[in-house]
Design a protein around this ligand. Sequence first.
Ligand SMILES: [Zn+2]
Length: 413
Amino acid sequence: MKFAVEVASKLSGRVGCLVQTETGQKFPTPLLLQTTKGGSIPYLSREVFKYLTEDSQILEICLSTTDHMEEALKAFKSGIASFVGFPEYLSFVTLKDPCEESPSGFHVKDAVPFFTRRGKKELTADRFMDIIEVFKPNIYHSLCDNDTDINSSKKRVIKSVDRTENFFKACLERHKISETLRNSLFFAPIVGGYNKHARSQSIEFVSKHPEVGGFMIDGLHSNGEHATKIPRESLKDIVSHCVQKLNTDKPKMMLGAYTPLAVLELIRLGVDIFDTSYIYLTSTNSQGLVFDYNLAAEKRSNHLALDLNDESYAEDFTPILEGCSCLACQKHTKAYINHLIKTKELLGPILLMIHNMHHYLMFFESIRNCIAGDKLPELIQLVEGCVSEETVAKEDKKIPPILEQVEPASVAT
Ligand SMILES: [Zn+2]
């Protein structure tokens, strides 16, 4: 695989392309990896997903939900993407599930603690590479100690950098001699929490190796909703420090459920690859995304997302987002989705996932177009407008809405 930057703006991010050299498949960046659980896109069958987009995708395969497939994959021989029913897609293999909070601690010498549905396991670099060779991903990263967040002590941060260097060295040795992984892109994890000195050390170490195909800026959160709660200023400060020191020719990836505004800020700084864990979390939390992302269209929304569990939607017979062309908005109303959520029907999160995925894929398309047209600051302003009005709306909720006061009278007549 190869990566090429096509448009780079000093203040507004960059547009590039990941190319699968054997097939010629192209993946424009900023790119969304499709987060999977047990190898499948949560709530969406292959057929429904194909209605959402015909573009080729890169699946994000987490070993914490797929490690038990190792024996079957050894016999299958064709790699994880084919095994899970997407032979035409590429695969990226990572360790932890970005949708679920990862337990902290349990460190042992020369191995990384790793939690699956069947309990805790420990992975040494060699054992990790054995699994990688069986999964045959197109992209993967070396084993790392990313167990740090904004509250980590200096000692823990430094330990994570030292341990990651050792894992990296051992994985790189195996990568260099592996015939199976000859065409796979090998990403180097950049760790060091929110400590700039530790980040510089981590970057300096991996930058010496020309075999590195890209960088994964990691160790900023413990997955799940944690990623949505990082203060934007802290995130911006540490990521801009990393990006300035990293080789500009190689792609930079950040995994986890960063909010749309955080994603825009990270893209502005030069990050190229993200995942769809935010879509999964919003859909399971009954949220329908409605923020504006189209600079040329009329303003449609004053909110980032709607809470469709809210009683106020029980008799709202309009779609999640007026004018949205997704399958959920074409056929269903907020009232029906509100009913599905309240009765805990599986179709509730399915319809939300359809809408949110469509909305986010269109958002990323708009991001790429805005960067190419040098209009990313305007897009950031548009999304910021939706979020600040949402904060005001949350405050207003304390006062009973006018509609609720009028309704009993109209029912009585
Ligand atoms: Zn929709």
